[in-house]
Design a protein around this ligand. Structure first.
Ligand code: AMP
Length: 438
């Protein structure tokens, strides 16, 4: 026998039970997005590698260690997208969205790929939901994005699990000055830095501030404070943002060591941390990226965004014992015996489904008992039975599976009777909306 295959390391199937969570989260996101005028965008899973190198920055963990990069048949370097913002920014430029009414409000719900070390809550393919606000810069927009994130957590029953960590990292110019000061500080302490982090002193000293390593945390406490080097405008922007957050009743922890991993952030950065375990289990984060679009070849365009990890949201919902409604439960099982009965069953199943009853038909060749056993396994409340006698008499049996009682009804009455038994409000009458024609 051939060796059974499995998914690649760190990459998982989403089985039906978890899809109930995915569906629920997607609905919440869509609803909150629509309410606030955000429209959905899907950028490709594969982009030119250059986009991420330029957009995210060579010195970041993502670009230096975590990208799935490969060459296509014409030796062009492509990468599976490790995050959502760079692709959205590329699309903004490519499709001339600077001509759209501003701010341009977009959201996404998609898989992303990072060659991370797989562990609990950390996978190589994971889903993120994200929001981007492009084309306008105002601390009120930052506050609204943060509020949106909070509302979504609250809709998912997990608002109290997280703590908002907030910081400003100023303009790139101010940050450059601070980075130089920080570099001097760490060069002075190079012996105290664990060897595996020493490269960061050169490549990205800011990242030394928010590592989990204990020695680095002690050093970070002694390091010069970013606030002392930031431009006044950024500091004012931050004060204004905090005022709006207070107004909206959003609690936050000021964390001047929070830098986020990516080069493109300016001013506001934030993360939602697990109150108990901190940065390690951040469920989401984001910030302002006023320089990104220009960096990618567009007109200077401010931007602000947020992304959360869907697997981590689901994990937290499960820890909090939040259950989501499943719409997969079947209403009716149709069992039959004999070719004639089967012939009658096919259109009946169709009519039951059209009436909004979720129906499963046993169209195989099992005995009635085997079919009833199946109906029990599917946990349906009702089973319709049609055998040789019923075909001859133009009737069908409806069996109440929990009570174990049954009634015989005229064949034409099967659908209305079951609609009544299940109840109008329980029917699956979802409509995607009316089609119109030009
Ligand atoms: P980041 O932009 O890296 O802060 O990612 C935003 C969110 O995406 C994180 O807070 C996580 O919830 C989620 N996330 C990031 N990387 C992974 C991963 N490798 N596996 C699962 N979730 C992830």
């Amino acid at each position: 026998m051939a060796e059974p295959l499995s998914t690649p390391k760190g990459i998982h199937d989403i089985l039906p039970d978890d899809h109930d969570y995915h569906t629920y989260i997607k609905k919440v996101v869509r609803h909150r997005a629509r309410q606030a005028g955000f429209r959905r965008i899907t950028t490709p899973v594969i982009e030119y590698t250059d986009l991420f190198q330029r957009g995210i920055g060579d010195g970041t963990d993502i670009v230096s260690k975590e990208m799935y990069t490969f060459e296509d048949r014409k030796e062009r370097s492509l990468t599976l997208k490790p995050e959502g913002t760079a692709g959205v920014a590329r699309a903004y430029i490519e499709h001339g969205m600077n001509q759209w009414p501003k701010p341009v409000l977009l959201y996404y719900f998609e898989p992303h790929f990072r060659y991370d070390r797989p562990q609990k809550g950390r996978y190589r393919q994971f889903w993120q939901l994200g929001f981007e606000v492009l084309g306008e810069s105002d601390p009120a927009l930052d506050a609204q994005v943060i509020y949106m994130a909070q509302k979504i957590f609250s809709d998912l029953g997990i608002a109290d699990v997280f703590e908002l960590q907030l910081n400003t990292i100023g303009t790139p110019e101010a940050r450059k000055k601070y980075t130089a000061v920080l570099q001097d500080f760490y060069l002075d302490k190079i012996r105290a830095i664990p060897p595996e982090f020493r490269d960061l002193v050169d490549t990205n000293p800011l990242r030394l501030l928010d590592q989990k390593d204990e020695d680095l945390q002690i050093l970070a406490k002694m390091a010069p404070s970013m606030k002392d080097y930031l431009d006044q405008e950024s500091l004012d922007f931050h004060e204004e943002l905090k005022g709006y957050l207070d107004e909206l009743g959003i609690k936050y922890v000021e964390n001047d060591k929070l830098v986020r991993g990516l080069d493109y952030y300016t001013r506001t950065v934030f993360e939602f941390w697990d109150k108990n375990t901190g940065a390690q289990n951040a469920v989401g984060g984001g910030g302002r990226y006023d320089g990104l679009i220009e960096l990618l070849g567009g007109q200077p365009t401010p931007g602000m965004g947020f992304a959360a990890g869907v697997e981590r949201l689901i994990a937290n919902m499960k820890i909090q014992k939040v259950r989501v409604p499943s719409k997969d439960d079947l209403h009716v099982f149709v069992a039959q015996l004999g070719t004639e009965a089967k012939r009658k069953c096919l259109p009946l199943i169709d009519k039951l489904r059209d009436a909004g009853l979720k129906t499963m038909g046993a169209l195989g060749k099992g005995s009635i008992n085997v079919q009833l056993g199946l109906a029990n396994k599917f946990k349906v409340p009702y089973t319709v039975l049609i055998g040789i006698t019923e075909v001859r008499e133009g009737t069908a049996i409806i069996r109440d599976m929990s009570k174990g009682i049954q009634e015989t009804v005229k064949f034409d009455e099967v659908v209305p009777r079951l609609v009544k038994l299940i109840g109008d409000d329980k029917l699956d009458k979802y409509s995607p909306g009316e089609l119109t024609y030009e």
